[in-house]
Design a protein around this ligand. Sequence first.
Ligand code: CDP
Length: 310
Amino acid sequence: VLCWFYVFPGYRLPRDKDIVAEVLRQGDVWRKNQTGIDLYRDLLTKCCNPKKMFAVTKENSPIGKVLWYDGEIYHSHTVNSETYQLFIKRRGAASSCRRCAVVGNGGILKGSKKGKEIDHHHYIFRCNLPPLSREYVEDVGTKTHLVTANPSIIEKRFQNLVWSRKTFVDSMKVYGSSYIYMPAFSMAPGTDPSLRAYFALTDVPSNLTMLFANPDFLLSVSKFWKAHGVHARRLSTGLFLVSLAMGLCDEVTTYGFWPFSVDLDEQPISHHYYDNILPYKWFHAMPEEFVQLWHLHKSGILRMKVGHCS
Ligand code: CDP
C-alpha cells in the first residue's frame, strides 16, 4: 500500500491540467481499504501518537516540562503553575470518532452544495476560523467540532484583542461548543495572542474550549510528511488536521482540499471559498500535499471530495 512513498522524492509535480485529468479519470470510484486505514493509523500512532499528544494537556505537559517551539529555533516555554492551569486535563477530542470530515478552505467548495453532506459526519474539523455565515452554509455546512485558529488571525482580524474581545467572542458563536485549537507554542509571536484568546473566551460564559496544539505533535507530524516527500517550510493547517483525524477516526473524508487555480471543468477558481488571498510563496507546499493525499484516496485510506458530484 505504501510503496508509492518511495517513488516520490525525485518526483516532479504534475501541472494543474494533469491533476484535473487524473482526478477526472478516477471519477467517483472509491473503495474503502480497512487494512490500509488500520495500517496508516498504526503508522501515525507510532510516529506522532495523535490521541495522546495532539494537544498540550495536564497529563503530557506537567509543571517543569519544556515545550520546545516547533516553528522556531531554540525557543521554549517551561510549563509553570500559571500556564499549567490553562491546559485541559487529558486529551480533548472525542476518543472514538467514527466518520469524520476535515474541511479545508479551498475555492472548490464555492457552489459545491456539500453543506448537508459535511454536516452528516460525526466529527467535523475546520481550519482557521472560516466564515460559516448564511451565504456559505449550503456549500460548507454549519457544524463544527474542532476548529483551528492561527494566532495571526487574532492579531489581524481582532486587533490582538486589545479593543475587540466582544467582537471576537461573538464571532466565535458560529462554532457552537467546539474546540478551538491554537498553536500557542509554535512561533514566539503566537504565544501572546493565543493566551489572550484563551482569556477572552474564559472570562465570559462560552461553550467553546481552548486547546493548545502540542509542539511535539506538530513537529513529529512535520517529520512524518517530510519523510514522505512533502517539502515545505511549514505543513498546511489542513494536513495537520488530516493527520490528526486519521489517528482518531474510523473513516476520514476531506472537503475543500484543492490548491489549484482551475476546477474540474478547467474554469478559474479562487484560492478560498470566501476570498482569493494566496498563501506566501514557498511557505506551504499544498500541491505536493494534495498529491500525497490523492494517493491515500486512491488507496482507499481516506476519501477526498473535490468535484461537485464526487
Ligand atoms: O493556514 P493555511 O494557509 O494552511 O490554510 P487556509 O488557507 O486557511 O486553508 C485551510 C486548509 O485548506 C489549508 O491548510 C489546506 O490544507 C487546504 N486548502 C487547499 O487544499 N486548497 C486551497 N485552495 C486552500 C486551502
